[in-house]
Design a protein around this ligand. Structure first.
Ligand SMILES: [Zn+2]
Length: 329
């Protein structure tokens, strides 16, 4: 693939293509916008286009340079991402060390720093020093989903390249490219909310399976017959990531139940379940659905604070059952 094949980010791509055709490449770029909108993909395609051995302004996708970048083994391209929950000073020292050499094969050394909102304060300071006096050969591409979390001293030294949540039609086209049929691609586009990484822990089918499990569990809870779905969900909830996924879906389903209580109902997140959810929402008072939603969000937060997923999950179930089966007097 090449830069021109990146879908749904016309503004960002145009900006970068202009830089390439005019041969006016900034020393530092900041790609910012929601996660899962193709920032890293674009950074890679931009680097390919810049280094490409062909005579065109975009990547040819078949020369030695393009192939090496695709394979992640080009000696003049370094990618830094967070190890765990932060990017520390040692990462930035690696970056500086890398930039202290001459490029092997190209005019430039490109360093892509993914997740800049995770820079620790000392790391951000060290990076700022590099941005203040970058070596001539340096091209820094910083990526962030949270531009506001970065110090202004840092962002002001970069050329800003905005990325947007992808429109549903583009998402649908991308999911169709990935092999989903028309109905699945349409559902995936809705469920992803414009983010390509929305299905964080596996593919679309797995995401829908967890969604369906959350739906079964919620229905059973409302009808006070949660034994089978409880046992299945309990297995799933043992792992932190899956537990979070399950709680996220329960929250989104509760959000839809709450929406169905408003007149006229707005768009549903799980639009394919409209009939089932309408029925489910009928006996439950709106305040209790909202309380269930708030509780789920709170418990997802607790899960993020490293509390035991199994315990959180069981706590959630007891609380939800109480909230969703207590009828209004
Ligand atoms: Zn090429």
């Amino acid at each position: 693939m090449a830069l021109q094949d990146v879908l749904g980010q016309e503004r960002a791509i145009r900006l970068l293509q202009q830089a390439l055709t005019r041969a006016r490449i900034a020393q530092a770029y900041l790609f910012y916008g929601p996660s899962g909108t193709g920032k890293k993909l674009t950074a890679v395609q931009f680097t390919k286009a810049l280094y490409c051995g062909s005579a065109t302004a975009d990547a040819c996708d078949c020369c030695v340079s393009c192939s090496k970048i695709d394979a992640g083994n080009h000696p003049d391209v370094l990618t830094i991402s967070a190890a765990g929950s932060s990017i520390g000073i040692e990462h930035i020292r690696t970056l500086q060390h890398h930039l202290s050499y001459r490029p092997y094969e190209q005019q430039r050394i490109t360093v892509i720093v993914d997740g800049c909102e995770l820079l620790t304060a000392p790391a951000a300071n060290a990076l700022l020093k590099t941005l203040e006096e970058p070596p001539d050969c340096a091209l820094l591409i910083l990526l962030t989903g949270k531009r506001a979390a970065l110090p202004l001293t840092l962002t002001s030294r970069c050329q800003l390249v905005p990325f947007q949540a992808l429109p549903p039609l583009h998402m649908q086209a991308i999911f169709a490219q990935q092999g989903l049929d028309e109905a699945e691609a349409s559902l995936a586009a809705t469920l992803s909310e414009g983010r390509l990484d929305a299905f964080a822990h596996g593919d679309f089918a797995q995401a829908v399976a967890i969604r369906d499990q959350a739906h079964a569990l919620l229905s059973d809870l409302v009808q006070s017959q949660a034994v089978t779905s409880f046992l299945q969900a309990r297995k799933l909830a043992g792992k932190r990531e899956q537990c979070d996924e399950l709680l996220r879906w329960l929250a989104l389903l509760c959000r839809d139940l709450a929406v169905l209580k408003t007149t006229p109902p707005r768009n549903l997140y799980n639009h394919d379940l409209r009939r089932e959810l309408t029925e489910l929402a009928l006996p439950i008072p709106a305040e209790q659905i909202l309380e269930a939603f708030a509780h789920l969000e709170q418990q997802r937060h607790a899960l993020g604070m490293n509390l035991n997923p199994q315990l959180i999950f069981e706590h959630v179930l007891i609380h939800l059952q109480h909230l969703l089966t207590t009828k209004q007097a």
